[in-house]
Design a protein around this ligand. Structure first.
Ligand SMILES: *Cc1c(COP(=O)(O)O)cnc(C)c1O
Length: 366
């Protein structure tokens, strides 16, 4: 029996093979590979897709978060509130800019618990970073209201939420900046690294464009210490192929999720919940099990791969030991780290594969 992997990027390619190959060849033959018309066209198309005014293509999602923080003036001595159960890149974006992360517990939907944000605000707080984790949108109107009341900037980490709406508005357009990753496994994935920022603020757009190009808007006139972080022409062209198919790709994921929701019946396993008003685009389908590590072995023996997003919350990772936050400081996030499990969920997953996963989960006795 063939193994069922957590993702099959090859199927995502073959689905639109001819279009991808034509776009890649066009760029290869053009003789222009960085900062050209393919990027401009994708930036325009992606801004239009999200409903934001501007998009700036970048090298990856981490750079999007880091440059967003830089552009918003976050630096030494500034605190940024972020959920404790996120991927470490959210936190690295803050600390690379010189800021200090202030963690807040997640709610039962794995989003930042908006009821706990205000208690985390101090005179040093400069911004809130919301992560639409696993593809579900967070309660953005509440977060916006808190930011407005306290004069805080709002950054959205949309690396897992392309196309996901809250209250009819697309994630990434509620805050000052929406940060995206186009890492191959993301819902809108490139064939290599890629990222972008969307914003309605022309000044922020220009600053981020400057930062991504060695801190210059006019070549060799460097106004600040920037980075080199650009979305390649070839990646932009390939993303532009996938973008018009997003509605169909998201619908497919929702159908896979609905089949899991309906099919998984086991008291030892908790399936994901969706908040009223939220949309879930199922970047990951995350279940919870108290005997998670045992379940992983059990599934592995049956030819089913799984992955943990994420086994170590950022505050307990070695990288952030210097923050001095002890184990037990964020019991909800820590409990999630011990119990969450992402099961296979990808475009092109067959009904047969899904039935095998469901049958195995339902037969699990712990
Ligand atoms: C993938 C991801 C990132 C980082 O994106 P890269 O393109 O891999 O640098 C940041 N935040 C979250 C939540 C992610 O899932």
């Amino acid at each position: 029996m063939e193994r069922i992997m957590t993702n099959r990027l090859d199927r995502g390619f073959y689905k639109y093979q001819e279009e991808f190959e034509a776009a890649a060849l066009r760029v290869l033959r053009s003789g222009w590979y960085i900062l050209g018309k393919e990027l401009e066209a994708f930036e325009e198309a992606y801004a239009a897709y999200t409903g934001a005014k501007y998009c700036v293509g970048l090298g990856n999602g981490l750079d999007a978060l880091y440059l967003a923080c830089r552009a918003l003036g976050i630096g030494e001595g500034d605190e940024v509130i972020v959920q404790a159960n996120t991927f470490i890149a959210s936190v690295m974006g803050i600390t690379m800019a010189g800021g200090t992360p202030v963690f807040v517990e997640p709610d039962e939907y794995y989003m930042i618990d908006t009821d706990r944000i205000e208690a985390a605000i101090t005179p040093k707080t400069k911004a809130v970073m919301v992560v639409h984790l696993y593809g579900q949108s967070a309660r953005m109107r509440e977060v916006q209201a808190i930011c407005k009341k306290h004069g805080l900037k709002l950054v959205e980490d949309c690396a897992q939420s392309h196309g996901s709406h809250w209250d009819g508005q697309m994630t990434g357009t509620f805050g000052d900046v929406g940060c995206f990753s186009f890492y191959p496994s993301k819902n809108l994935g490139a064939f290599g690294d890629g990222g972008a920022i969307v914003t309605n603020d022309e000044g922020l757009r220009d600053r981020i464009r400057q930062l991504r190009f060695y801190g210059s808007s006019v070549r060799y006139h460097n106004k600040e210490v920037g980075v080199n972080s650009r979305l390649d022409e070839i990646q932009a062209a390939l993303l532009a192929v996938r973008l018009p198919h997003m509605a169909e790709l998201i619908e497919e994921r929702k159908q896979l999720a609905a089949a899991y929701d309906a099919g998984i019946k086991n008291d030892l396993i908790e399936t994901p919940k969706i908040r009223d008003g939220a949309e879930h685009v199922y970047h990951q389908y995350v279940i919870r099990c108290e005997k998670r590590d045992d379940l992983i072995e059990y599934l592995k023996e049956r030819g089913i791969d799984t992955i943990i997003h994420y086994p170590i919350p950022p505050h307990l990772s070695e990288a952030y030991a210097y923050l001095g936050i002890p184990k037990g400081a964020f019991p909800i996030a820590e409990h999630y780290a011990d119990t969450v499990l992402s099961i296979p969920m990808f475009n092109g997953m067959t009904g047969e594969e899904q039935e095998r996963v469901i049958a195995a989960l339902n037969a699990y006795r712990g």
